[in-house]
Design a protein around this ligand. Sequence first.
Ligand SMILES: [Zn+2]
Length: 156
Amino acid sequence: MTLQFLPLDSDFVAAIRAGGPDAYGNPAEHAVSDGPGNPCRHCLRPIPSGVGMLILAARPFPDLQPYAETGPIFLCAEDCAPWQGDGVPEIATTAPDYLLKGYSAAHRIVYGSGKVVPAGEVSAYAAELLRDPRIAYVDLRSARNNCFQTRITERP
Ligand SMILES: [Zn+2]
């Protein structure tokens, strides 16, 4: 199975950079990255120290429903290329471990799928979850802060 790590929607990212509203209706906060703990959810790379970044609320689900978790994320303040490629992006390798959770096609948590796994086991566990016919995609989150990092699907 080839996994696909998905960047946040580029149209949403462009709108945020232009001053548009985040998931709570606020413009993004402007900040300066203080190091590698600030991964961009568009290029899926750490925002280097001293570089401008945006802090905003994101809801990476299409509709408002009980499972549509909303939370804080970072983006590069300047334009960046959305992640593409077959490998594992840095956003899924720089922490010691991650929380992975499977979601149904109806965007609801598939209970029992959530697990904290070491960074080196992200791909194996995501593939295991995606073999479950109940699971449409896997969300990768911070194991300590629960922040959404990226979404993993099977490359068609
Ligand atoms: Zn970026």
